[in-house]
Structures are given as C-alpha cells and as structure tokens.
Design a protein around this ligand. Structure first.
Ligand SMILES: CC(C)(COP(=O)(O)OP(=O)(O)OC[C@H]1O[C@@H](n2cnc3c(N)ncnc32)[C@H](O)[C@@H]1OP(=O)(O)O)[C@@H](O)C(=O)NCCC(=O)NCCS
Length: 163
C-alpha cells in the first residue's frame, strides 16, 4: 500500500518520506523506540513479531535524503477496527508537525482498509500525545488501570469513530 520512499510531508529542506517496515526491519525500529520510550521499549524481536503479523503496518518517516529516521508508527487492522499501537517522533524533530502528519497518514491507511473505529491507549501523564489525539478527533472512552509499567500508570483508551 505504501510505496517505499513515498513523499510524505513538508517542503524545501524539510521534506520527509514514508517507508513501510518489512520483515527483518526490527533492528531499524528498536533504536528509535529506545530513544522515544527509554523506560519501557519494545525490542527488535517484538517489532519482528509485529512485522510478521499480516494485520500490522509499521511505518518509518525519514528525512528527504533518507539518511535519518525521524519518526515511526505501528498500526494493527482487523475487520472494521484498527489500533494505533505506537507513534513517536525523535526528540530533536518534535514540534514540527511530523507527529500530526504521521497520525493523519495512519488514520487514512486504517480507513482505506475498512476501519470504522480506530483505538489507542496513552499514558495518563502524556499530555503532548493526548493533545495530538484529541486534535485529530479521538475521544476518551475508558481507562485501563495500571496498564503501563516503569512507571506503573493508567492508560487512557481513546477512539476515533467514523462520523
Ligand atoms: C506525541 C508526539 C508523537 C507528537 O509529535 P510531534 O511531531 O512533536 O507533534 P506535532 O508537531 O505534529 O504537534 C501536533 C500536536 O501535538 C500536540 N503536542 C505536540 N507536542 C506537544 C507538547 N510538548 N505539549 C503539548 N502538546 C503537544 C499539540 O496538540 C500539537 O498541535 P499544535 O502544534 O497545533 O499545538 C511526540 O511528542 C512524541 O514522539 N512523544 C514521545 C512518544 C509518545 O509519547 N508517543 C505517543 C505514545 S501513546
């Protein structure tokens, strides 16, 4: 569905391209994950398990020269539902609109695959991500007590439903 190197967002020097992760790419995602979630990162093996799942699409955003990975996202789809398992932007690339653009792309992919409802979980303390999700139309639908570890924290469950 995603052509490798498809133009993604931006203009001039701030263009980014989108790549779809494939089996064997776990070692690309794991270091990004470690930067973005140092307290509880997925390992390369965990990414490989996801990449082997036919319902999973893992995306990498790179700079235009394809010399730097700046963001990634993991989406699961099944029947008419999808789940955004992860989305993260490298710390030095945040607040430039990359997270919003990547989330929009993931929503577009989920919907084009037939998803009527898209779910995600987010740490109770993660105000930047909650703000991003709310601005994209996600609403809180529940909580999972002590869902996260390191540190232990509740998850807010959010959903975006076809209107
Ligand atoms: C959440 C995250 C993906 C946002 O990526 P980003 O590229 O910085 O976001 P954008 O520049 O596209 O900003 C989009 C919106 O996100 C929200 N946002 C981003 N950073 C924020 C911050 N520091 N404080 C509050 N809101 C913030 C705002 O609503 C923003 O819209 P605005 O610019 O109109 O105010 C990024 O902060 C990140 O990778 N965090 C660590 C990983 C993470 O927590 N992932 C989510 C797991 S559920």
């Amino acid at each position: 569905m995603i052509r490798r190197g498809e133009l993604f967002i931006g203009d001039g020097e701030n263009e980014y391209v989108l790549m779809q992760g494939e089996a064997g790419d776990g070692h690309i995602f794991a270091p990004l994950e470690l930067y973005c979630f140092p307290e509880d990162p997925w390992s390369a093996e965990m990414f490989e398990l996801s990449l082997a799942n036919p319902g999973c699409m893992a995306l990498i955003v790179q700079n235009r020269q394809m010399t730097k990975n700046v963001a990634y996202g993991v989406l699961y789809s099944a029947a008419d539902e999808a789940d955004i398992a992860n989305i993260a932007v490298m710390p030095d690339c945040r607040k430039q609109g990359i997270g919003r653009a990547l989330l929009s792309k993931m929503i577009e992919i989920a919907r084009s695959g037939g998803a009527l409802r898209i779910f995600l979980e987010v740490r109770e303390s993660n105000a930047p991500a909650q703000s991003l999700y709310k601005s994209a139309g996600f609403v809180e639908i529940g909580r999972r007590r002590k869902y996260y570890s390191s540190p232990t924290e509740d998850a807010i469950v959010m959903a975006l439903c076809e209107s």
